[in-house]
Design a binder for this molecule. Structure first.
Ligand SMILES: Cc1ncc(COP(=O)(O)O)c(C=O)c1O
Ligand SMILES: *[C@@H]1O[C@H](CO)[C@@H](O)[C@H](O)[C@H]1NC(C)=O
Length: 482
């Protein structure tokens, strides 16, 4: 639940209203131009229809320089952002040879494994030489190497499940697994802010989908009771199976899942749980084992554990971990296992090596230090931002901290001004968030030094004053909004 100050809500609505009106005005005249110039009237329907296209043309393109900025180095604590210029009011952006060295507050490099690492990098280079960048084959054909088998054993034991299966992409892990597990006659109950990969997987499964209020166990229970009582639509037969899907740390909110309560409810009603730990695995918990470890939940109580290697491990791909029977079944049935090229061997090696460092199996205590550092950095940064008067979402210990911007004009203002002062931030707006709830999303890394964080805070504070986003400086009247 986010509470918008009344005045901010009003000006935000007003800004979007103005943008919409101007956009419509321009579209109206464009229609006349098109009428004369277009040779596109040969019977085909237009590819882009309606408001989605309007939003891109009239809102997004105006500030597109703030998105997709090319990077020309590893996503470490500092990185190189390629400078661009435009001759047509930012309609098209051209790269220059110049780069701007910036403090990186955007990448999901929680443990700092995304840059060269004394333990991981030599092993990854060695695996590249031994195996090549790609297996050029699916897992069931020639795409299972010794590394793939080692990786799956390593992941299963790291997340404390009997078995695991890995995929070349985190997004596909969700979107391809859910249709295998669920189908017509089954029921998916999904958190309202679950990631798009879960949403698409759930839709693709053909199961009935119901959403519960973000991270609200009482509402989950209400929805569950009602739907179990009702049964399937029309026939009212009992559901074939029911699954509740949640995330460990919500990527746009920085919030920790209320997992113990949710697991309690799922056990009470004997429904399956599916936990996406994309942002939490490796990043939280005493030994980096994610939200179960942090919140003291037995992993045996989570039926399907999913996660990605694209954040804490500095690699790519995703995993599903669960019982031996489940994983065996998925190996025979999941199209992303049967028909997609397996994860790149050097990427697999990067995951194995980074897990070894996290667990101290490299013979050093660097892993433990990284885990302590990410926690200390995150909690320091979050509390300093709050003291400055920013509206910061999320929980302690979470390395993801969104700063609310609300107003559409504040998105490019904040992003451009930070960049000008050598701090690279990610801003997020519709459709990734609700229209009114635009934000900047800071991701803290264990590789940020204290000086880095202090510099970032100074810049963000200055820019925050300039842009006017220290909403909590004076406690204004609030309007409830969810
Ligand atoms: C919760 C969640 N699940 C899945 C994914 C997709 O993972 P990937 O980026 O590794 O494809 C993401 C990506 O950010 C995510 O936040
Ligand atoms: C184009 O982008 C630059 C920053 O990259 C910005 O300063 C400028 O105001 C933008 N121009 C327009 C017309 O939006």
């Amino acid at each position: 639940m986010i509470e918008i100050p009344y005045l901010t809500a009003l000006t935000t609505y007003f800004s979007y209203g103005l943008l919409f009106a101007f956009g419509q005005f321009r579209d109206f005249f464009r229609k006349f131009f098109d009428w004369f110039t277009s040779n596109n009237l040969n019977g085909y329907a237009p590819i882009c229809l309606g408001l989605e296209d309007f939003y891109i043309r009239r809102l997004y393109l105006r500030i597109q320089d703030c998105f997709g900025r090319p990077i020309s180095s590893a996503p470490d604590a500092w990185f190189d952002v390629v400078e661009r210029y435009s001759n047509d009011n930012n309609k098209t952006l051209k790269r220059t040879d110049k780069v701007c060295r910036c403090l990186n507050l955007g990448s999901y490099n929680y443990l700092g494994f995304a840059a060269a690492d004394e333990y991981c990098t030599p092993r990854v280079v060695q695996s590249l030489e031994q195996y090549s960048p790609s297996t050029c084959s699916t897992r069931v054909d020639g795409g299972t190497t010794a590394l793939h088998k080692e990786l799956e054993e390593c992941v299963a034991s790291f997340v404390r499940k009997p078995a695991a299966l890995v995929f070349g992409m985190g997004y596909v892990t969700n979107s391809a697994i859910l249709p295998v597990l669920m189908g017509k006659g089954s029921l998916i109950i999904s958190d309202s802010l679950n990631h798009n990969s879960i949403v698409n997987g759930a839709r693709g499964s053909g199961a009935t989908i119901r959403v519960f209020l973000h991270n609200t166990p009482q509402h989950l229970e209400e929805v569950l009771r009602e739907l179990i009582a009702e049964g399937q639509p029309r026939t009212h037969r009992p559901w074939k199976k029911i699954m509740v899907i949640v995330e460990g740390i919500y990527s746009m909110e920085g919030e920790l899942c209320k997992l113990p309560e949710i697991i309690g409810i799922c056990k009470k009603y004997k429904v399956y749980t599916y936990l996406d730990e994309a942002h939490s695995i490796g990043a939280v918990g005493k030994t980096g084992r994610g939200v179960c470890e942090l919140l003291d939940v037995d992993t045996a109580d989570v039926d399907i554990m999913m996660g990605t290697f694209t954040k804490s491990f500095g690699s790519c791909g995703g995993y599903i971990a669960g019982s031996k029977e489940l994983i065996q079944y998925l190996k025979y049935t999941c199209p992303a296992h049967l028909y997609a090229t397996s994860i790149s061997p050097p990427a697999a090696q990067q995951i194995i090596s980074s897990i070894k460092v996290i667990l101290g199996e490299d013979g050093s205590n660097r892993g433990a230090q990284k885990l302590a550092q990410i926690r200390e950095n995150s909690n320091f940064f979050r509390s300093e931002l709050q003291k400055m008067g920013f509206e910061v979402l999320g929980d302690n210990d979470s390395p993801v901290m969104p700063i609310m911007l609300y107003n559409p004009a504040k998105i490019p203002a904040f992003s451009r001004e930070c960049l000008r002062q050598n701090v690279a931030v990610v801003t997020v707006a519709f459709p990734a968030t609700p229209l009114l709830l635009a934000r900047a999303r800071i991701c803290i890394s264990a590789s940020h030094s204290k000086e880095d964080l202090v510099k970032a805070l100074q810049v963000i504070s200055r820019v925050g004053d300039l842009v006017g986003i220290k909403y909590f400086l004076a406690e204004p009247i609030k309007k409830k909004f969810d």
